[in-house]
Write a protein that binds this ligand. Sequence first.
Ligand code: DER
Length: 253
Amino acid sequence: ALIEESKRLAAFQAVADHLSPSYRHIGIGSGSTVVHVVAAISSLSPSITSAMTFYPTGAQSEALIEDAGLRLAYINKLPPGVQLDVCFDGADEVDSALNLIKGGGACLWQEKIVASAAKKFVCVADFRKISEGGLGTEWKKGVPIEVLPMAAPRVLDELKRLGAQGAKIRSGLPGKAGACVTDNGLWIVDAVFKPLLAKAEEGYEDGKDGVWTVDGLADKLIKIPGVAEIGLFYGKSGLEVESGAQKPVAAYF
Ligand code: DER
């Protein structure tokens, strides 16, 4: 109950702080925390929300928008040159430089596309997601990577060469034999690395003994043939980070 309450409070705070009534195009992420974001938006006056259009990041997000009676549209229909005013989404872990692990819900590819279309990205996360010692210390299941199924075995081999302590194809939830299949028809590989450094330390050799910076690892992962997208999102330092149970953990642009 504490965790749900923390998600709810963080979500309502994030909407109060970061959703201006003047906004017209809003991205909605995936997962359980963003459910509270949509609840917060739905609690606003219809005179405000009726002027807004909401863009999903997958099947769950789409249903969330529809079930809330909010206007639904799709990112490929956004007029050229028009950006989303804001995108709200969850995260699996957030470090001190606002880097994120995302993909716990296997929605990372569309989430990153929609996030990249927004002027402002607001990450809403409860206290469990705050990284104390680098990405991977709280979320221990590994960095989610969306891959083309036929390339998965070769991706697993390359991950081991990059120093992954463990890498595996994510299996479907109970009730689905075989691999988890994303909204895009692909698979997820979860790769466990030693905790990631938020930024390179002086004279640091990235990847030495399997210890990577977020940027250094991301550059390697995205180039592996067969990888569609990776669940590492970049923060932009210098913006407010409000840590704690009841506050949105990060807002970055
Ligand atoms: O899959 C995702 O990227 C989700 O946003 C995930 O990172 C957060 O899910 P949660 O809000 O249910 O913890």
